[in-house]
Design a protein around this ligand. Structure first.
Ligand SMILES: [Cu+2]
Length: 185
């Protein structure tokens, strides 16, 4: 009997909550604001705060596709800038450059990550700096799922997103010249 009584405090409430959340919650940060449309789920859209009078900014997110058909992100729109483009980074003889892309593929039963140094949503001609802690709506247009509006959270200038796992010191997006190599319409 004494042993049973002693074992009860060992199963404290916080430990039980942690155990439950490990079982039921997806492994994403608590700050995530996810959005769903059809078989698509947009995980944690975020943008990097822009320094000083920077005219361009970028947003990132992970697009999950739980469906049996692939989809494509065709366009994005937001009020924060004059233009919104879909970009990718390419390695051009060792120099990282950004290029506008026609679409970003999201494979069936798969996902596509928009992240620093890779695919991103580019804001060209910001009307005001993106400030840490702010958030703004971003409408994504998919070929199959149609329009989906997500809330983009602005994180610190040096942020790599919720995961903080990558170290791309030489590929800092914020310091790159946007528009170089990007085609104009
Ligand atoms: Cu870009």
């Amino acid at each position: 009997m004494t042993m049973f009584k002693l074992s009860v405090p060992a199963l404290s409430l916080p430990a039980a909550v942690v155990a439950a959340s490990m079982i039921f919650a997806a492994p994403i940060p608590a700050v995530a604001q996810d959005a769903k449309a059809g078989s698509l789920m947009i995980e944690q859209p975020w943008a990097r705060a822009t320094p000083g009078q920077a005219k361009n900014g970028a947003a990132y997110m992970t697009i999950h596709n739980g469906g049996t058909a692939g989809d494509r992100l065709l366009a994005a729109s937001a009020e924060v800038s004059q233009r919104v483009e879909l970009h990718n980074h390419i390695n051009n003889d060792g120099v990282m450059q950004m290029r506008e892309v026609e679409a970003i593929e999201v494979p069936a039963s798969g996902m596509t990550e928009l992240k620093p140094g890779s695919f991103h949503v580019m804001f060209m001609g910001l009307s005001a700096p993106l400030k840490e802690g702010d958030s703004f709506p971003l409408t994504l247009t998919f070929e199959q799922a149609g329009d989906l509006t997500v809330t983009v959270n602005v994180q610190s200038v040096g942020s790599m997103g919720g995961m903080e796992k990558m170290d791309h010191g030489t590929m800092d997006h914020g310091g790159m010249k946007h528009g170089e190599g990007a085609k104009t319409n």
